[in-house]
Design a protein around this ligand. Structure first.
Ligand SMILES: [Fe+2]
Ligand SMILES: [Fe+2]
Length: 404
């Protein structure tokens, strides 16, 4: 049985099913493991992890006095939060059909990627950031976002584990601008948050590649080294006089967390700048929904649900609500089951309702067979989403289905 418990109630002999925080906030490599030594237990406290899910069928249970949350209670709470967000007004606008914008963006994508690689290489070689190049790339990402935000989100999800560091920068830049729009920022500021998203992890080029790409458990020392990247990035960016305070602050503070358990300065609540609070949400979302060499990803909808679960201590809750509105309750790439008994993949959000996206139906649950793929706008169809489905259980390659 799964129970969510406080880390102060965690003891050796328990089976940790999942840590309630992003993998990038702690040095644990595996999602699930039996807690067998003092050193690992201490690491939970050192890295200020607040809550974990334990599996009592595989390890010790908590004492009856401990505060616990069941899976059912947690699910209900997440559903209530997301339903609440879904009825609020959102600002999603699609000016161009998804298919058209994906076709266009595919052509500019290699150039954007080459640009990011060259900026990161420059900084690695000790040169300053090429501001003109950054500005051009952010304009390209922003142009696509304005035409149809789901195109870029679909494309950057296709990143392979090798591509992760560069594609992550492009994704965070796009997510920052999408969130900026939902938050009603002016155009100039939206561009600044786009630049900030592109450059926030630039400090990682100063950390040995063997640590950044290590396919295994990081030692606490190695993890502490990774934690220096916001400061290293900030110092590098400071050398370029043309970068705004927004860009500098986002770089320095994108790993701060609302409860004060982030790094490097353990800022809490409103002491974390507004744009850095935006960045922490966009950064975690892309990180946990991307496959890395050693870390399998969660599906977009599952990633959102995880973040809804963690949001209290980690993110600005109101801003997180805006983020959900920007990417959708069922973000593009989500597998859903419809009332009609068909399975569909979410292609893009509809302007009418976050609960009624545009989907591509491709499989009949009744006949257990593929059907002719067809686009369906749920905001104008009598059909509707019944549940979200786990792609791994069905064995579908959703990325391929979305593309055809
Ligand atoms: Fe980072
Ligand atoms: Fe990051």
């Amino acid at each position: 049985m799964l129970k969510k418990i406080q880390v102060e109630d965690l003891v050796i002999g328990m089976y940790v099913h999942e840590i309630c925080a992003s993998w990038m906030d702690n040095p644990f490599w595996k999602k699930s493991f039996r807690l067998s030594n003092e050193k690992d237990l201490r690491t939970f406290h050192e890295y200020r992890i607040n809550e974990v899910w334990i599996d009592t069928s595989k390890g010790l249970d908590v004492s009856f006095k401990a505060k616990t949350v069941s899976l059912e209670e947690e699910k209900q709470q997440i559903n209530e939060t997301l339903e609440q967000i879904a009825v609020e007004e959102h600002k999603i606008q699609r000016r161009v059909p998804l298919h058209d914008e994906i076709a266009r963006f595919k052509k500019v994508m290699p150039e954007i990627k080459r640009g990011v690689i060259s900026i990161f290489d420059d900084v690695r070689d000790g040169n300053p950031v090429d501001i003109d190049l950054v500005s051009k790339m952010v304009d390209d990402i922003s142009f696509s976002n304005d035409r149809n935000p789901d195109a870029m989100l679909t494309m950057v999800r296709q990143k392979s584990a090798n591509d992760y560091n560069y594609m992550h920068s492009i994704a965070v830049s796009g997510l920052m601008m999408a969130l900026g729009k939902e938050l009603d920022l002016d155009r100039g500021t939206i561009k600044e948050v786009g630049v900030a998203g592109l450059l926030l992890d630039i400090g990682k080029v100063k950390i040995p590649k063997e640590i950044i790409n290590k396919a295994g458990k990081l030692t606490n020392q190695e993890f502490d080294k990774i934690k220096t990247h916001p400061l290293l990035g900030f110092e590098t960016l400071k050398l370029s006089n043309d970068l705004s305070d927004i860009v500098l602050d986002v770089c320095l503070h994108h790993h701060e967390r609302i409860d004060g358990n982030g790094y490097p300065h353990r800022l809490a609540g409103d002491n974390i700048g507004y744009y850095a609070r935006m960045a922490s949400i966009c950064d975690v979302y892309d990180a946990i929904s991307s496959t890395r060499s050693y870390q399998a990803s969660w599906e977009p909808a599952e990633s959102l649900r995880k973040m809804t679960e963690w949001k209290k201590g980690q993110f600005d809750e109101k801003m997180f609500g805006s983020f959900v509105k920007a990417v959708g309750i069922y973000p593009s790439g989500t597998l859903v089951k419809l009332k009609s008994g068909r399975l569909a993949v979410v292609m893009e959000q509809s302007e009418a309702s976050l609960l009624k996206p545009i989907v591509k139906v491709f499989f009949s649950v009744h006949s257990h067979a593929h059907i002719y793929p067809e686009l369906l706008d749920l905001s104008t169809s009598p059909d509707s989403i019944v549940t979200r489905e786990e792609p791994k259980q069905w064995g579908f390659d959703l990325k391929k289905i979305s593309q055809t």
